[in-house]
Every structure is written in structure tokens, then in C-alpha cells.
Design a protein around this ligand. Structure first.
Ligand code: IYR
Length: 219
């Protein structure tokens, strides 16, 4: 194993740590999933460092089993919208259980996904299930959903920090993304991130987050 010094690690006084932790938490807690997007463009130069932040995530054996396809081409967004809405209509009218639809009701979602065309960017996140070798064999990747989930979390946090709004969209199944975006069968679509500015006057559902005492136990 080749090593190098861990450098620089910032050792902070406890007061500074707590203040930074609180400031970071309150910034992240301001994030809201937005479903009404402005068509205003967002420069690629803002997205690129956010992708690097996402790709800094801890992951299995450092094989970095992810690929991010960033789409701004209106024709491609249109094709994705049509395919996603086809799956969503099936979901809302047939596939979803009554229990699932009841759980979604407070969010007001439905099969119409105009934001897939309105928002300036769609980021399709693919999980690399295995590594295709030149001889046609497959080499393993490890902890793929965990790795890609952490990277996606970092990416969403980075986009929020940059001043952008996101929507994690999960049409199911998402196989159409491989076809439209020409990704190999070794990659499984993980989710579709809609990125842009909120529309003027955008509204969001009233929701609450669980309190600390409910989400954590110290012993
Ligand atoms: N994929 C559908 C349904 C949906 C499911 C969950 I769980 C949500 O939190 C939100 C939506 C859709 O995107 O409408």
C-alpha cells in the first residue's frame, strides 16, 4: 500500500466545531424538494464542481461505481419526459398500491412531469453494477447502492449549497434512460435529479422533519 500524510486535517476548538456543525445543519435543513422549476439556464460551470463533490463520496474499494449524465438538450429532455410519464401513468393508475397512493397524497404528486422539460438540467445518475472487461468478462463492484446513494447525497447537498433547487425523481422502472442516454447494460439507472432554479412563486407542501429524539438513540 502506498501512503501519504493525512494533510491538512483541521483540528478545531469544540466551540468552533459546534458552531460549524449547527451552521451546516441549518443550511441543509433549508433544502426543499421543488416541483416547479424556472426555465432560467444554469451554467455547466456551476454543475461541474458539484459533480466532483458528489464523486468525492466514500465508496466500495474506491472503484467509484457511478456515472452522471447531465442533460440540457431540449430534444433529449422531451424524450425523457415522454418515457417517464408513460411509466408514471402506469404507476399512478395500476402499479401503485392504495397504501402507497395514500402516503403520496400529502405531496400532491401525479403522473405529469412538466419539470423534466422546464428545468435547465436533468442529471441521470447511473450505478455501475459491474466493470465490463475488454475480453467481455465482468469484474465486481462493491456496495454499489450504498456508494451511489452517498454520492447522490453529496451531490444534492453541493447543488443546494451552490444555490440551486433539486427534485429527486424516481420513475420506475427507469430502463428507458439506458436507451435514451446510450449507457451500457452494466449500468443501472439510480435516479433522475432535476436541477435548476425554483419557478417564481413556487410553493411546496407543508411538512415537518422528525425531531432528534425520534431519529437517534445515544447509549
Ligand atoms: N415515482 C413517482 C411516485 C413517487 C414516489 C415516492 I416514494 C415519492 O416520494 C414521490 C413520488 C413520481 O415521481 O411521481
Amino acid at each position: 500500500m502506498r501512503t501519504q500524510p493525512l494533510d491538512p486535517f483541521h483540528h478545531l476548538p469544540v466551540e468552533a466545531m459546534q458552531a460549524r456543525a449547527e451552521a451546516f445543519a441549518s443550511e441543509l435543513r433549508r433544502r426543499r424538494t421543488v416541483r416547479e422549476f424556472s426555465p432560467a439556464p444554469v451554467p455547466r460551470a456551476v454543475l461541474e464542481p458539484c459533480l466532483l463533490a458528489g464523486a468525492s463520496a466514500p465508496n466500495g474499494a474506491n472503484l467509484q461505481p457511478w456515472h452522471f449524465v447531465c442533460v440540457s438538450d431540449p430534444a433529449v429532455k422531451h424524450e425523457i419526459r415522454l418515457a417517464a410519464e408513460r411509466e408514471e401513468r402506469e404507476f399512478y393508475t395500476a402499479r401503485a398500491t392504495a397504501e402507497w397512493l395514500a402516503d403520496l397524497a400529502p405531496l400532491g404528486t401525479d403522473a405529469d412531469k412538466p419539470f423534466l422539460e422546464t428545468a435547465p438540467w436533468l442529471i441521470a445518475i447511473f450505478a455501475q453494477r459491474w466493470r465490463p472487461m475488454p475480453d467481455g468478462s465482468r469484474r465486481a463492484n462493491y456496495y454499489v447502492p450504498e456508494s451511489v446513494g452517498i454520492a447522490t447525497g453529496f451531490l444534492i447537498a453541493a447543488l443546494h449549497h451552490a444555490g440551486l433547487a433539486t427534485l429527486t425523481h424516481t420513475p420506475s422502472p427507469m430502463g428507458f434512460l439506458n436507451r435514451i442516454l446510450e449507457r451500457p447494460e452494466s449500468e443501472k439507472p439510480f435516479l433522475l435529479l432535476v436541477v435548476g432554479y425554483p419557478a417564481d412563486g413556487a410553493r411546496v407542501p407543508v411538512i415537518t422533519k422528525k425531531p432528534l429524539g425520534e431519529i437517534s438513540t445515544f447509549r
